[in-house]
Write a protein that binds this ligand. Structure first.
Ligand code: ADP
Ligand code: MG
Length: 729
């Protein structure tokens, strides 16, 4: 008997929601309590130390050892007041999630007695033995030490009794081994390039920062059911499961009322987030049953990403308090929507202007259009790089399915902005413009409605959509580290802005007035990048055909997509801009390829095990029951009656037999295929081989299992079914 499943269901029925303590005070009373933020720094640091941290933060520099000691002392004092006993350098290796190794403050003092110690050295730099993190061959195990170094721009925070210090993670020879390092460099590159362009419009601009507002989608399932599904626990997604008779057809979950148990989870999650200074603001049900979304107010991109990484951890922890498990996988369930993580992206100046929002006057609007057009062009030239940054084994199930944009990168601009760009193409001629023409154009641009924000059509099918004051990169996966996508986008935009400036300056040197030079270069770019603009339905079959005609790329094969990191255009964006070295980029590709292979390998093993050890025995048992039943009838009735009564049953026995045989044969073939693949040494080749020779078995085996689920006695079925997983919060 399928005890696991029924025990789980029994456990589930006995649950009552965990009561949550709703704080009686205002959010502002406890917001950021667990963060060593400006307020706590002002309180715990000397004036000098405070200034040094602030400056380093602003200018992106580092802090000398002497000052680091002063900062560490203040940080320690603050932490100890919050009952902290340990500290850790918190970093983002190239795995999923973050890494930490806790060390106690406890130490021997000079007299041999125990003291609490946390020196500047420990704050600024550490050398974790990190040989087990993926490095793409950069850090051979014999030179195992990488080091972590404090990222001053992201404040330290407390989780439980541990002080967490956000750090970069670098090899001894200086190569990045994490997601944060290239992101920081990419953000700096955009800053420099964008300031150059802003100077055409406003000489006061000295810094451009990147904003990121992520929208995190996720599923919640009951813990008992989760544990009874080895595929969910080991791979993050269901590798089998027939769809529930009712799932999202009625659209009754989207924005529906949130179940009490889930609300309680959300309340507690938000409380924890707010204490950690993560400005979460929005929560709602998503389209699929048991699917939800959470979004903060946007922040500077590096900080926003740290917060997202931290959030994913906090979510997992809080879900457990409620006997729930959070699924961050992009496609935990077949047949219903998967989860993404829209990256709302914009640039802002230190003069308070959001560069991707229409301005208040013609000048502001020309600047706005400049940044829009450069973004268009950057995306157009770097379609493959952007896709490489988001297409993973898990996200590949979502992209291309009928719920997320396909693997074709296109940009939605909406009617207003599209019209404006077309107008520039029409009105800017090859000859110099007359003053009247210029005025007319500027007036037209000045009329870009300020209410554009509310007017932008909400095209939900575009992978990269303009939404009034920002672009939304929607193809990013729910489980991913946003840094990969933000690094790629920032690199592309930085290089593009630089090229733009070179082209405009060239024309200015030729004696063309600044405005006109800008218009001329923009016009060229608008024409060239035209194929990337698409305002229609990105989910439609026609778009696939149309995109091909336009010469846009469409890559669904994950290893092929990853390999595009090494294309000339990608290299130009990442290497020429100084964001990564050739070696680092190659290492990254190797890590991503390996990750892909390993994920497929694990899924394939888990499915093989479940198929042979869980499903087939049950199907055989049920088949035996049917056979015994048929034999009993044979003993009791004459031949004619027997034939009449058992025709359908015999047919069912035959079908079950067919599925069992198919499962056994396919699992065997899959194992053989894996063994063949594993003989390959080359990392890239291995990933391609897994994609071509192993992946398809996952679907084929599943097909037969799902068919069996439909006919085998419900009492005997061993794994919680979709309807149980999805409708039990
Ligand atoms: P939607 O309507 O797309 O569901 P929301 O209005 O909830 O989105 O906002 C989504 C995210 O976009 C939030 O994190 C929000 O702070 C962020 N956002 C809003 N404006 C900007 C901007 N100019 N730049 C970056 N992010 C922004
Ligand atoms: Mg959005």
């Amino acid at each position: 008997m399928s005890t696991m499943r029924f025990q789980a269901l029994k456990e589930l029925l006995s649950r009552s929601p965990r009561a949550v303590q709703i704080p009686s005070n205002k959010v502002t009373d406890y917001y950021g309590d667990l963060v060593f933020n400006t307020d706590s720094m002002r309180e715990y640091l000397s004036k000098d130390a405070f200034k040094v941290v602030m400056d380093a933060n602003k200018k992106g520099g580092s802090i000398d050892r002497k000052m680091a000691s002063a900062v560490a002392a203040g940080m320690k004092a603050w932490a100890i007041e919050h009952n902290v006993t340990h500290y850790t350098h918190w970093f983002q290796p190239l795995t999923d999630g973050t890494a930490e190794k806790h060390d106690g403050f406890i130490d021997y003092g000079d007299g041999g007695h125990i003291i609490e110690n946390f020196s500047g050295n420990l704050l600024v730099q550490q050398e974790p033995d990190a040989s087990s993190f993926p490095s793409g061959g950069i850090r051979q195990t014999f030179e195992a030490r990488g080091y972590t170094a404090w990222d001053v721009s992201s404040p330290a925070f407390i989780v439980g009794t541990t002080l967490c210090i956000p750090t970069v993670f670098i090899s001894y020879t200086g190569e990045a081994l994490d997601y944060k390092t290239p992101l920081l460099k990419a953000l700096a590159a955009v800053d420099e390039a964008a300031v150059g362009v802003c100077q055409y419009f406003d000489k006061n601009v000295t810094k451009v920062h990147t904003n990121l507002g992520w929208e995190q989608e996720y599923f919640l399932v009951d813990e008992a059911l989760y544990k009874a599904r080895p595929d969910l626990s080991l791979t993050g997604r269901t590798l089998m499961g027939h769809s529930s008779s009712k799932d999202q057809q009625l659209d009754d979950h989207y924005f529906g009322s949130i179940p009490e148990r889930v609300t309680n989870f959300m309340i507690e999650l938000e409380l924890e987030c707010h204490k950690l200074g993560i400005p979460v603001k929005t929560r709602h049900n998503e389209v699929a049953p048991s699917q939800f979304e959470l979004a903060p107010i946007y922040e500077e991109a590096n900080l926003a990403n740290d917060h997202n990484q931290l959030l994913m951890d906090v979510m997992k922890k809080v879900a457990r308090y409620h006997k729930l498990r959070v699924l961050l996988h992009e496609k935990p369930f077949a047949g219903i929507n998967g989860s993404g993580k829209h990256n709302n992206w914009s640039l802002g100046t230190d003069t308070g202007v959001v560069l991707l929002a229409p301005g208040k006057n013609p000048k502001g609007n020309i600047q706005f259009l400049c940044f829009v057009v450069n973004t268009l062009m950057a995306v157009y030239k770097n379609q493959d790089l952007l896709r490489a940054s988001i297409l993973t084994a898990s996200n590949s199930h979502r992209l291309g399915a009928n719920e997320a944009p396909p693997s074709i990168i296109s940009v939605f601009l909406g009617d207003d902005v599209s019209r404006m760009l077309d107008r520039i193409v029409e009105e800017v001629g090859d000859k110099r413009m007359t003053p009247e023409e210029k005025t007319a154009l500027k007036l037209g641009i000045g009329r870009i409605p300020e209410i554009i924000l509310d007017n932008t059509d909400r095209n939900r099918t575009s992978p990269f959509a303009f939404t009034g004051n920002r672009f939304e990169f929607r193809a990013v996966g729910s489980s991913s580290n946003n840094a990969a996508a933000m690094t790629a986008l920032s690199a592309a935009v930085a290089v593009q802005l630089k090229e733009f400036k070179v082209a405009v300056d060239f024309l200015i040197e030729e004696g063309i007035k600044k405005d006109e030079a800008i218009f001329q270069v923009m016009k060229k770019m608008i024409i060239e990048s035209k194929p990337i603009r698409f305002n229609g339905d990105g989910y439609s079959d026609e778009w696939v055909v149309e995109a091909k005609k336009r010469g846009l790329t469409n890559i669904n094969c994950v290893p092929e997509s990853i390999s595009k990191y090494l294309d000339p255009e990608s290299k130009k964006s990442l290497i020429e801009s100084g964001i990564m070295s050739e070696k680092e980029l190659q290492a990254r590709v190797e890590v991503e390829m390996e990750k892909f292979t390993k994920k497929i390998q694990i899924e394939s093993r888990v499915l093989g095990d479940l198929a042979i050890n869980h499903i087939v025995p049950v199907a055989v048992d049920y088949q035996t029951k049917l056979i015994q039943n048929v034999q009993g009838i044979k003993d009791l009735f004459d031949k004619d009656e027997f034939e009449q009564m058992t025709g359908a049953r015999k047919d069912l026995i035959r079908r079950i037999s067919g599925h069992i045989s198919a499962i056994k044969a396919k699992v065997h073939e899959m194992i053989v295929a894996r063994k063949e693949c594993n003989k390959i040494d080359d990392v890239d080749e291995l990933a391609y081989a897994y994609d071509k020779n192993v992946c398809h078995y996952l679907d084929e085996i599943r097909y037969h299992i799902d068919k069996l689920e439909l006919v085998v006695d419900n009492e005997m079925w061993p794994l919680p079914k979709y309807r149980e997983l999805l409708f039990n919060n």
